[in-house]
Design a protein around this ligand. Structure first.
Ligand code: CO
Length: 303
């Protein structure tokens, strides 16, 4: 077993997307090789309807997958293929844009004004960029949840974990997408196969993702669950943790516990030509996509 080092921790930054939705971006539109096969991660948790109700009106996607995970409130969506529906709390939509769709995503919030959720973009390899569009809508009740003896719970959204398999399938990047909740003071180790690129995104509580044996950061002595433990560089809400190579990670939950997403996938390792919601391999393919958008041939007829 070799521990994956923490390459970097950084806070998500405020951004405005769609028709004026205020959100926080953990990564995206910088170096696409950094977390290959993943391109972008947006945290759209918000308590103020005026900050999200303008939503994400009609826009195209090609060459990628978008993965929406709702924690509270709801998102209404509809698309150029005639699909429409509502994602509620705990639900996941895995959309393979493939050759192209036009869709809109309208956050609605709940009665107390909360709209909580995340959107991840996964890249598609060249062989699948022009595949037929596909949706996998998963209801919360169909997502396996495992509770360990120490009170740790894991929702398995995609991939295999502790003997359970998430309900989403057939994805090129072989992703694993877990929602993990660890109680105060508990230390856990999670296996992540070496070939995967991995990151964590903390959205509640705090944790240390580095091990005491790693080069020192700031060392803090804290009492957690009656034990004296060394907690280095605690990562809190809206922190992205990027892991290096190895086959496991270790997490020491802080005094309030921690909840985070643990996401990994097989790197695609191909050239990326990216403009807005369209991600191809070459400039020529990108130019063709925008030409098709202008002349109305972007959406392929169903076959
Ligand atoms: Co979209």
């Amino acid at each position: 077993m070799s521990l994956r080092p923490v390459l970097q921790t950084r806070k998500a930054v405020a951004a405005i997307e769609g028709a004026g939705v205020k959100l926080h971006r953990a990564f995206g539109f910088q170096d696409p090789s950094e977390l290959d096969p993943f391109l972008l991660f947006d945290d759209f948790r918000n308590e103020r309807p005026q900050d999200f109700k303008a939503g994400f009106p009609w826009h195209p996607h090609r060459g990628i997958e978008t993965i929406t995970y709702v924690l509270a409130g709801s998102v209404e969506h509809s698309d150029s293929l005639g699909n429409s529906g509502t994602l509620g709390a705990g639900d996941v939509q895995w959309m393979t844009a493939g050759s192209g769709i036009l869709h809109q995503e309208m956050p609605k919030g709940n009665v107390s004004g909360q709209m909580h959720g995340f959107q991840l973009w996964g890249n598609l390899p060249s062989a699948q960029k022009m595949t037929a569009p596909r949706y996998q809508d998963v209801q919360s009740k169909d997502i396996p949840e495992i509770t360990d003896d120490d009170g740790t719970t894991v929702r398995v959204i995609v991939g295999e974990f502790w003997g359970k398999t998430g309900p989403v399938d057939g994805i090129a990047a072989d992703p694993q997408y877990l929602d993990i909740n660890i109680p105060a003071g508990v230390k856990k180790t999670f296996r992540i196969d070496t070939y995967r690129r991995a990151f964590a995104y903390v959205f509640d509580g705090q944790a240390a993702f580095a091990d005491a044996s790693q080069p020192t950061g700031i060392l803090l002595e804290k009492e957690v669950a009656g034990q004296e433990v060394n907690i280095r560089d605690m990562s809190g809400n809206r922190t992205l943790v990027r892991f290096g190579t190895g086959d496991e990670i270790t997490v020491q939950a802080g005094p309030e516990g921690v909840r985070f997403l643990l996401i990994s996938g097989a790197p695609i390792d191909e050239p990326v030509a990216w403009h807005g919601p369209i991600v191809m391999n070459t400039r020529t393919e990108l130019e063709q996509a925008f030409r098709e958008l202008r002349n109305g041939t972007f959406i392929r007829p169903a076959h």
